[in-house]
Design a protein around this ligand. Structure first.
Ligand SMILES: [Fe+2]
Length: 670
C-alpha cells in the first residue's frame, strides 16, 4: 500500500497530465462499491484515455478495484495521504481552501460522495499564478472604458488584460488581441482571512484569523467602441482566466436595463448559497441586462479583522456574472475596513471624488448610461466634518457636467428615508438633513438605497414632504402588518416634483421587520419629520424572501420590476412600478375594452384637447414632444378632456394605448 502511494506521488510530481489523471480517478471512484461490470467499463475507459502509458499502468494498479470494501477504504486512505502531501504555496488561495474543505469532509465522512468531492477538488486545484476574484467594473464612460480588477497570490505579478472584439470561441482568438492593458499591481499584505462565524476551522481546519497576502491587479481599458461586444481574459502566459465578455454602452439615449440588488451580506456557506441563488436566477432570467448595481454590504464582517474569505465567496459563488457583466457597487457599513478589501476588488477609483475625507477610495463615482446620470455615493464617513458638504458639491459638479441628461439616479447604502430598523438612527437624520435638500436642489429622480433589508417605496418627496397627486394606476391589495403595510402595489410615480426613494429587500438571508404607523408616529419628533408613515407610497413590507429588481430605463419611463427568489430557486414577480417625469398626472376610471374608433379635436389644439371614443374603453393617452420625451400621461374612460395648458407651442405626438392596440396622431399646439 505504502509503495503504491509513493509510486503514485512520483508520477504526480513528474507528469504534467496529472489533472487528466485525477479526472479519470474521479470517474473510477464514482463507482466505489459498484459491480465488477462497472469496474471493467472503467478499465476500458482508462485504456482509451489519452494519458501516458506509464500513468495508465500505475493508475490501473493503484485503483485495483474489487467489490471488496477493504480495498475501497485503503484507497481513501491513500487519497487523503496524497492530498495532504500537497503544498499550499503551489496553489491559489481559493482553490487551496476548497481542497482543505474536501479533505476535512472525507476525513470525517468516508463515503463515495466525499471521495468524489475530493477528487473533483484536486482536479480543480489552480496553479498559484492563476488569477481569481475577477471583477468587471463600470469606470467612467461605459461607451469606451471598462475597469478590471483581480487578485493573484502574493508575489505573482506581470498580469494584464487582453481584449478582442466579438465573442471569442477559444484562446486562439487572443493570439493577436485588439487591446492589451498591463495591470497596475499593489501588494496587499496580511489581510485577515477568516473569522469564527465563517466556520472555516470546522469545515477546513483553517485557524480563525489566518492571514493571507495577495497581489491586487487592476487594468483599465480605454478607447473601446460604443455598443460593441468584446471578449477578454486576464492573467499572464500559462495562467489565463476564463474568457469573459462585455458590451459597451450605446452612445445615444436608447433604453437600457440593469439588475439592482442590495445587502447580500453573507458570512457562512449556507448564507452565500441563499445570496448566490438570487443573483444566478436573476442572471439566467435577464442575461442581456447592461450592468449590475449593488447598494452595499456585499459581505458581513467589518473592521480591522474583517474576512477576506467572505469577499472570496462573494466572487466565487457568482464569478460568471462578475466576469460577464460590469458592476457598479457602493460601500456599505459592513464593507468598511482599514484593510480596504472593497477598494482592492473594484476598479472604480479613477472616476473622480475628492478623497480628502474618504476612508474608502473608489466609493464615490459617477457615470452616464443612456439618458441617465448615475451617482454612486458612500455615506460611511458621514461623521467627518465637511464630508457631506464635499459630497453635495461633488453631486453639483456631476449634474452641471451633464445638464441635459433626462434622469438623475443616486445610489448609496445608508438610507436617507426608511421604515425599518435603522429608521430612528441618528446617522440617517444627519445624512437626510445634509443631503435631502441637495436631492431637491438637483432634482434627483430616483434614489436607490440599501441597509435596511426590507422592501419600501417612499415618495416622491420634496422638502421632506410627500408630493401630492403624483401616483396613478396603483393597485389596492390586502393590508398586512408584516407583508404590506400600505395595502398598495404597483403604480406610476411622477417625479417631476420630488425624489422617489426605493429600497429593495436584501438579496440574501438577513431580513428586518417594518415599523408600524404607530411606531413611526412616536419617533417623528426625534427624527425631525412629520407624516412619516404617509410617505410610504407604494408596496411596503417584509416577505422574508430574497429579491432582485430588473430596472429598464428609457427616455420616457423607468420601469422597476422586482422578483422574489425562493429557496428552490423559483422566482415570482413581487412588485412592478414605473417612474415618469411630466408636468402633471391625472387619474381617471377604468372599464375594459379595446380602442375601436376615436375622434380628436380641435385642430390645432389650444389649451385643451378632446378625445372621443365610440364605445367606452379603458385607455392611456400619452403625449410626446418631438424629441420623444413623454410630457403628459392621462388615463381615459370614454371621452375625455386633456389639459395641455402647460405645453409650449409646437408639434406633439398623441398616443392612445388600450390593451394591445395603440394609435398615434401628430398634432400642433398653438
Ligand atoms: Fe448596512
Amino acid at each position: 500500500m505504502k509503495m503504491r502511494y509513493y509510486s503514485f506521488l512520483a508520477f504526480y510530481k513528474f507528469n504534467k497530465n496529472i489533472l487528466k489523471l485525477i479526472l479519470v480517478i474521479s470517474q473510477v471512484f464514482l463507482f466505489i462499491g459498484g459491480a465488477n461490470g462497472q469496474i471493467n467499463k472503467l478499465n476500458t475507459e482508462l485504456n482509451q484515455s489519452t494519458i501516458s502509458t506509464n500513468l495508465k499502468y500505475n493508475l490501473t494498479n493503484y485503483l485495483h478495484f474489487t467489490s471488496n470494501s477493504e480495498t475501497t477504504l485503503l484507497n481513501i486512505d491513500s487519497l487523503l495521504t496524497f492530498a495532504n502531501s500537497l503544498s499550499e504555496e503551489d496553489y491559489t488561495v481559493p482553490s487551496w481552501t476548497l481542497l482543505k474543505m474536501a479533505v476535512t469532509s472525507l476525513t470525517s465522512q468516508r463515503n463515495s460522495n466525499s471521495t468524489v468531492a475530493l477528487l473533483n477538488t484536486l482536479n480543480s486545484l489552480k496553479n498559484k499564478e492563476m488569477p481569481y476574484n475577477i471583477v468587471c467594473s463600470i469606470n467612467g464612460a461605459p461607451t469606451s472604458r471598462m475597469g478590471f480588477a483581480w487578485f493573484t497570490n502574493a508575489g505573482v505579478n506581470g498580469g494584464k488584460v487582453e481584449i478582442v472584439q466579438g465573442s471569442a470561441i477559444d484562446s486562439l482568438a487572443f493570439e493577436t488581441p485588439d487591446f492589451t492593458f498591463n495591470a497596475k499591481i499593489d501588494s496587499v499584505k496580511n489581510l485577515n482571512y477568516n473569522l469564527p462565524l465563517n466556520g472555516l476551522l470546522g469545515l477546513a481546519g483553517i485557524a480563525d484569523s489566518t492571514k493571507h497576502s495577495y497581489t491586487e491587479n487592476k487594468a483599465l481599458a480605454t478607447g473601446l467602441a460604443p455598443n460593441t461586444i468584446y471578449s477578454y481574459r486576464v492573467g499572464k502566459d500559462n495562467a489565463w482566466s476564463k474568457t469573459g465578455t462585455f458590451k459597451t454602452a450605446k452612445d445615444n439615449t436608447d433604453s437600457f436595463s440593469f439588475i439592482y440588488i442590495t445587502d447580500p451580506q453573507a458570512n457562512a456557506i449556507a448564507q452565500f448559497d441563499v445570496a448566490q441563488k438570487t443573483t444566478n436566477v436573476a442572471n439566467s432570467m435577464f442575461p442581456n441586462v447592461n450592468f449590475w448595481l449593488c447598494c452595499g454590504d456585499l459581505v458581513n464582517s467589518t473592521g480591522v479583522n474583517n474576512s477576506e474569505w467572505e469577499y472570496e465567496q462573494f466572487f466565487q459563488t457568482q464569478q460568471d456574472i462578475f466576469l460577464n457583466k460590469p458592476w457598479a457597487v457602493v460601500t456599505g457599513n459592513h464593507d468598511v475596513s482599514p484593510n480596504k478589501n472593497i477598494t482592492h476588488h473594484f476598479n472604480t477609483e479613477n472616476t473622480g471624488f475628492d478623497l480628502k475625507n474618504s476612508t474608502v477610495p473608489g466609493s464615490i463615482y459617477s457615470f452616464v448610461y443612456g439618458d441617465a446620470l448615475f451617482m454612486a455615493i458612500s455615506f460611511e464617513n458621514y461623521g467627518k466634518s465637511g464630508h457631506l458638504d464635499s459630497i453635495a458639491n461633488w453631486m453639483r459638479r456631476q449634474v452641471s457636467a451633464h445638464p441635459t441628461t433626462k434622469w438623475r439616479i443616486a445610489f448609496y447604502h445608508r438610507s436617507v428615508y426608511t421604515g425599518s430598523t435603522h429608521q430612528n438612527n441618528m446617522d440617517g437624520k444627519i445624512i437626510r438633513d445634509a443631503l435631502a435638500p441637495v436631492f431637491d436642489e438637483l432634482h434627483i429622480d430616483l434614489a436607490l438605497q440599501g441597509h435596511d433589508h426590507i422592501y419600501e417605496i417612499i415618495g416622491p418627496i420634496k422638502n421632506k414632504t410627500l408630493t401630492k397627486n403624483a401616483v396613478i394606476k396603483q393597485v389596492s391589495v390586502s393590508f398586512d402588518e408584516r407583508y404590506n403595510l400600505t395595502g398598495k402595489s404597483g403604480g406610476i410615480f411622477n417625479v417631476e416634483n420630488g425624489t422617489m426613494y426605493f429600497l429593495n429587500n436584501s438579496s440574501g438571508y438577513k431580513k428586518y421587520q417594518p415599523h408600524s404607523e404607530y411606531q413611526m408616529d412616536t419617533i417623528e419628533t426625534k427624527i425631525g419629520l412629520s407624516n412619516y408613515f404617509g410617505m410610504f407610497n407604494g408596496r411596503f413590507g417584509q416577505d422574508g424572501i430574497p429579491t432582485f429588481s430588473n430596472i429598464t430605463v428609457s427616455t420616457d419611463t423607468i420601469d422597476v420590476k422586482t422578483y422574489e427568489v425562493n429557496t428552490l430557486g423559483i422566482s415570482s414577480l413581487y412588485d412592478n412600478f414605473k417612474i415618469v417625469k411630466m408636468t402633471d398626472v391625472v387619474d381617471s376610471i377604468d372599464p375594459k375594452e379595446t380602442v375601436k374608433s376615436m375622434s380628436f379635436y380641435p385642430i390645432p389644439v389650444k389649451d385643451y384637447a378632446y378625445v372621443n371614443f365610440k364605445d367606452p374603453i379603458d385607455a392611456d393617452v400619452e403625449v410626446y414632444s418631438l424629441k420623444g420625451t413623454l410630457v403628459k400621461l392621462q388615463h381615459l374612460n370614454g371621452s375625455s378632456q386633456i389639459n395641455l395648458k402647460n405645453l409650449s407651442k409646437g408639434v406633439y405626438t398623441l398616443k392612445i394605448v388600450s390593451g394591445s392596440s395603440n394609435y398615434k396622431i401628430k398634432f400642433i399646439k398653438d
